[in-house]
Design a protein around this ligand. Sequence first.
Ligand code: S3P
Length: 174
Amino acid sequence: MILALAGFMGCGKSSIGRELSRLLGCDFADLDDVIVQNTGSDIPEIFAVCGESGFRAMELGALETILTSDGRPANMVLSLGGGTLMTQECADLVRSLSTCIYLRASVDTLEGNLLLVGTENRPMLSGKKPLRERIEELMQMRSAIYESTAHYIIDTDGKDDRAIATEIIKTLGL
Ligand code: S3P
């Protein structure tokens, strides 16, 4: 089974994904890391050179390879990027070829986490708008798509990575 973790930037997809794969004893991949490895460029560089649309095309290509290649592991945890599901083809692939879990967090939690880790590597959050306003704006565009694409929704506010990973395992009966 491929477990795809979805959710907004700063919701903890990568760290929870790592914890979950550790608890399940299966492979882990982070879609952003795969793109960085494939291109040899970091995410801000890719956005600067190819624009958001170029990045989204790479995201779709990488996702397609991970979900459909013959050599894919039978069981793995895959952390998506925060905008992956906004590409319809990506959402269709995730919905049909993985079990998708939306890690749902409030704007307060997202803002707190993003302030802690910084936003320099996240071009979708750069610009003149205050961080909170930008989170609210993007969440307004995205939350319905996260919710309709995911097979399961886990609310994460106030919970640590371990508790969230354990809740996913329990919810899915793994
Ligand atoms: C993006 C989220 C990022 C990365 C890229 C675009 C987005 O991933 O894919 O910067 O559009 O929300 P994280 O959610 O892992 O930060």
